[in-house]
Design a protein around this ligand. Structure first.
Ligand code: DGT
Ligand code: CA
Ligand code: CA
Ligand code: ZN
Length: 577
């Protein structure tokens, strides 16, 4: 039982409770529990196994959650979850996978239309029955219909951050096998895609059988899917497929290049090889003369690319988008790195729905080597999070003023995440916003509005002189909710015009802006700010996921505003202080 699965159990409880119309605070307790466990740096099982430690010492874990974690770690079913599952038809759970269809709406569909499967729901949408329900409408019906196909595959692709946990534990496991000379995870994982279909490991060894035996014994409820002389595939208990190939050292670079992909990138590479009278495959690059083939390169990726007159491409760029043009022009970008970031401009504290205090968040940011942060709690419209009104916000800012006096070589910016209201306009008045150092504006409500309406709301926020940036600009939640209909091109143009920034929200569930949009922003000259949106101290660690997306978008240090020293950052946001 790993943290991921415990978190999934809590999320499922929350979904089922919500489906039943349970008290929202109760639902929220389980959602928060899921997040706490998912983000926790240590495995729950190891805490449970240690008699000197208590789960309730973890922030946000009370007695109820602790008991449930103990049960799950013992590999036993949760009575409560089983009961909930018995009350809710199993097929209804698949409805919850539809992006944009929350448990509440799913309950209406089930109760009013007796719809409990994706097929039944599809039929109900096609006969336009769904739009007649209270609170649905034609727009929602279209969204659901579009989401049904996504739902059929939604559970297939895993978020990168979750896949990364498996990669780490598989690498640790394989390190115990003395026959493994080198190991690396290739495929979409190495390219840093936001979601991963399966994992593709490469191992250098002269003893493939021993390596594969060891791999097959990976302790996580594995199923053997297939095994050949140098290749083996297993399925983990969580459903994730993992392929592993054993290659000799002289082919390692060629194999790594081949299995990193992407497929589209490799198609171009193969074409370029052919033009030069070369053949390239997972074993190496070969010169073809008549029937004779001579091995030219294969040990390292750089050597493989060099035979084609190409530079080594960072894996994040290998999507056959712009990388070959850049290479031809000699302008391959030097991609931003985690260490380039000096500030984090979006985080919450216990003043609203964060789990750590202002002081704790600041100390954690200092520990991570940052030089400045902005505290951006929610504004009052977000009642669930006890959002701040002007008085409470100013009180928090007085605390920040005091704190700044004590801090050396670190600065806390007085910020706010202000809601963009459904009817347009912002949740707090200009007089209070004008006192802020940094304002991020967010759409949290009215996400299903039509394109013009929701775009106009965001454009309105960009026109406000006190808004610094738009947070999570499209609102997408990976595998869960599609982006809202916002006209991103118009938003980017307005951002440029008004000298505003756009956020790349680094939460692995969001990664919003995504890679392609980052590239678009860069082309327009709109600076990106990579922000954690942390709701706890460990939440600050998600910045690396944001950096990965930024790199996929070709962003350099110069494209990322929070890589600037504070004084330059403030100048850039047109609010030089
Ligand atoms: P995924 O697993 O869906 O997230 O995406 P990938 O990119 O990891 O794809 P996967 O696992 O099917 O294959 C890993 C890499 O192996 C892929 O990026 C490129 C290479 N590869 C796989 N099949 C082919 C193929 O038929 N032709 C070529 N050129 N490359 C392939
Ligand atoms: Ca893969
Ligand atoms: Ca694969
Ligand atoms: Zn936030």
């Amino acid at each position: 039982m790993n943290n991921l699965r415990i978190a999934e159990a809590f999320d499922l409880i929350a979904d089922l409770l919500e489906f039943q119309g349970a008290n929202p605070f109760r639902v929220r307790a389980y959602r928060n529990g899921a997040r706490t466990v998912r983000d926790y740096p240590e495995q729950m099982t190891s805490i449970v196994a240690d008699p000197s430690r208590k789960l309730t010492d973890i922030d946000g874990v009370g007695k109820d959650l602790a008991d449930k974690i103990v049960t799950l770690c013992a590999g036993e079913p949760l009575a409560m979850l089983e009961e909930l599952k018995a009350q809710v038809p199993r097929s209804v759970l698949t409805l919850l996978r539809i992006p944009g269809l929350g448990p509440k709406k799913a309950a209406v569909l089930f109760n009013e239309l007796k719809v409990s499967t994706l097929d039944e729901l599809k039929a109900a949408c096609e006969t336009q029955t769904v739009r007649k329900l209270k609170g649905f409408g034609a727009k929602t019906e279209e969204t659901i219909l579009a989401g049904i196909s996504l739902a059929a595959t939604a559970d297939v692709r895993m978020m990168w951050a979750d896949a990364d946990k498996f990669v780490q534990s598989i690498c640790e496991w394989m390190a115990r096998c003395p026959e493994v000379d080198q190991i690396e995870a290739a495929g979409s994982y190495r390219r840093g895609r936001d979601t991963i279909g399966d994992l593709d490991f490469l191992v250098v060894s002269t003893q493939p059988e021993k390596v594969m035996d060891h791999f097959a014994a990976f302790p996580n409820g594995t199923t053997l899917l297939g095994r050949g002389p140098t290749k083996i595939s297993i399925r983990l208990g969580d459903g994730l497929q993992v392929d592993l190939r054993v290659v000799p050292a002289e082919s390692y670079g060629a194999a790594l290049q081949y299995f990193t992909g992407s497929k589209d990138h490799n198609i171009v590479v193969r074409g370029l090889a052919k033009d030069r009278g070369l053949k390239i495959n997972e074993y190496g690059v070969y010169r073809v003369e008549g029937k004779a083939e001579t091995f030219v390169a294969g040990g390292t990726e750089a050597e493989v690319y060099a035979t084609l007159g190409l530079p080594w491409f960072p894996p994040e760029l290998r999507e056959a988008r712009r990388e070959f043009d850049w290479a031809a022009a000699g302008s391959l970008p030097e991609l931003v790195e985690l260490g380039d970031l000096r500030g984090d401009l979006h985080m919450h504290t216990t003043a609203t729905d964060g789990k750590a205090t202002l002081e704790e968040m600041v100390a954690a940011a200092q520990n991570r080597g940052l030089e400045y942060v902005a505290i951006t709690d929610h504004s009052k419209r977000v009642t669930m999070a006890r959002g701040l009104d002007a008085d409470r916000l100013r009180a928090q800012w007085r605390e920040i003023d005091k704190l700044n006096k004590r801090l050396k070589d670190f600065r806390v910016l007085k910020g706010i995440e202000v809601d963009i209201l459904e009817k347009g306009g912002l949740d707090l008045d200009d007089d209070v916003l004008s006192e802020a150092d940094w304002v991020v504006a967010s759409v949290h409500y009215g996400q299903n509005q039509p394109r013009e309406q929701i775009t106009e709301r965001v454009l309105g926020a960009l026109r406000n002189p006190y808004v610094s940036a738009i947070a999570h600009p499209t609102g997408r939640l990976i595998n869960r909710r599609a982006a809202y209909e916002v006209d991103l091109q118009a938003v980017m143009q307005a951002a440029r015009e008004h000298r505003k920034l756009l956020e790349l929200n680094a939460n692995p569930r969001r990664l919003d802006l995504d890679d392609v949009s980052c590239l678009a922003a860069k082309s327009l000259g709109v600076p990106i700010v990579i922000s954690s949106d942390a709701h706890s101290t460990v939440g600050l660690d998600v910045l690396r996921y944001g950096v990965l997306q930024a790199r996929r978008g070709g962003l350099t240090k110069a494209d990322v505003a929070n890589s600037l020293p504070l004084d330059e950052f403030l100048l850039l946001t047109a609010r030089g202080l």
